[in-house]
Design a protein around this ligand. Structure first.
Ligand code: GLY
Ligand code: MN
Ligand code: MN
Length: 437
């Protein structure tokens, strides 16, 4: 399926690049796959991540490659494959994507630039602008904002190929999450649960789209908890772990409990799961994402009220600020080649910014929901002492039920995160299609 959709994906890239180049007054663009990032005063590189604009065209791995996109010509892909015995230089073979390009093989960066035929006004996108300067590309044509913003905007509409990659990334992630849950139930530590996850996905840590968040009990209240303790037998597991296929990510969170967890916390987990599904059901073209985020706060307020955590409900509780300490992050973000994919705050194809509402500064997408977008829906409820502390003796102190909060705090937090594709009528939940409970 992935391969079958690929030619149409490239055709669409050629079309949208043609429009973006014309609108920003360029004849063509050279995109570089990236330069390895070397740690300071070291001879070691960080795991390589390609330039996303390059990966938007091709899953070809590795640094230094050049892609020359010229409207009306087959794109030229100059592949840099040095003769080398330190690192493996796997032969290209015949991957499904290669026929969409005029592929030229060279052994170094200088030869790569020589293999291009630069004519007219050429733009450059990449992290090595000095190479572009040497090739005669003007400074104001290097990562030029008028072109890049249009390309970013186009990246928020996913092609059938991209959706197929992300669906496969859900299947891998689901496999990992099932293994993680199994290890947790057996009493495994955070480290062992992480290891069960990557083993089931069948990859190394560097192949993951982001470092796993595997948090037992109180550590679930640290939103990006990356440590891996060896303490076993947790009562609660919050696992936020993804996978990637052709560099397209899944970003999935599940929260599980054992019979030792407090019954009120277990009830909160099922209530939040239901809220998450209700929020997914609201997704449809035309709805501003911030409206959905606000709806999440109102639903969470009702839940916290009904479960005896706060004393007001609904809109009133949200306006009082009672949900803020429990749900202090955005409801979700665009997903694709980047886990927090680009253009979430963009107001139009030609640029401009929609800043998040003052009440919700951490919201990563302020866009209107449109068909073809893929984003996460990830409501959370956490017991974060740093955020609760100011209320303990503040003017709202009587609006919280501190005895319940203090009893549940050792359970950390809850997040349920799915990835959804916006369809003409509503949405398709890519995660739940792969991960059944
Ligand atoms: N895994 C990071 C996030 O959910 O945004
Ligand atoms: Mn996410
Ligand atoms: Mn996540």
């Amino acid at each position: 399926m992935i391969a079958a959709h690929y030619p149409a994906h490239v055709a669409e890239r050629r079309r949208t690049y043609g429009l973006a180049l014309a609108a920003s007054k360029f004849d063509s663009v050279v995109i570089q796959s990236g330069t390895p990032f070397r740690y300071f005063v070291d001879d070691m590189d960080a795991p390589f991540h390609p330039t996303p604009h390059f990966a938007h065209w091709t899953p070809l791995a590795g640094p230094h490659h050049l892609l020359h996109v010229r409207p009306d010509k087959k794109p030229r892909l100059v592949r840099v494959a040095p003769e080398d015995y330190w690192y493996e230089q796997a032969p290209l073979g015949s991957p499904f994507w290669a026929t969409e390009f005029e592929v030229v093989n060279v052994t170094d960066t200088a030869a790569a630039w020589k293999a291009l035929e630069l004519k007219g006004r050429t733009a450059y996108i990449g992290d090595a602008p000095t190479h572009a300067t040497s090739a005669g590309i003007a400074q104001d044509a290097q990562n030029p904002a008028p072109l890049v913003v249009r390309l970013d905007w186009a990246r928020s509409t996913k092609s059938a190929y991209e959706v197929a990659c992300m669906e496969e990334a859900q299947v891998l992630g689901a496999r990992g999450h099932k293994a993680a849950r199994g290890a947790f139930v057996e009493g495994a530590s955070e480290l062992e649960i992480h290891q069960a996850y990557v083993q089931a996905v069948g990859c190394t840590d560097d192949d993951l789209p982001y470092p796993t968040i595997v948090a037992l009990d109180e550590k679930g209240a640290i939103l990006h908890y990356h440590a891996k303790r060896t303490k076993r037998h947790g009562r609660v597991l919050l696992a936020d772990c993804g996978a990637q296929v052709n560099r397209y990510a899944s970003d999935i969170t599940r929260t599980w409990t054992t019979p030792k967890a407090d019954a009120d916390f277990v009830a909160l987990v099922s209530a939040l799961d239901k809220i998450q599904l209700d929020l997914c059901a609201l997704v449809k073209p035309g709805l501003p994402y911030p409206t959905l985020h606000h709806a999440a706060h109102v639903k969470i307020a009702d839940m916290l009220h009904d479960k005896g955590v706060i004393k007001s409900r609904g809109e009133e509780a949200v306006q009082m600020g009672l949900t803020q300490p429990f749900f202090p992050h955005g409801l979700g973000h665009f997903l694709g080649l980047q886990v927090h994919d680009v253009s979430g705050h963009q107001s139009a194809p030609e640029g401009g910014t929609n800043t998040p509402p003052k009440q919700y500064p951490f919201l990563r997408t302020t866009r209107v929901i449109e068909e073809g977008q893929v984003f996460t829906i990830e409501p959370g409820v956490y017991f974060i002492e740093m955020l609760l502390r100011p209320h303990r003796n503040g003017k709202l102190k009587d609006s919280f039920v501190w005895s319940t909060i203090d009893r549940l705090a050792s359970h950390g937090g809850i997040r349920i995160e799915d990835n959804v594709l916006v369809t003409r009528e509503g949405h398709r939940n890519l995660t739940r299609a792969a991960l059944h409970h």
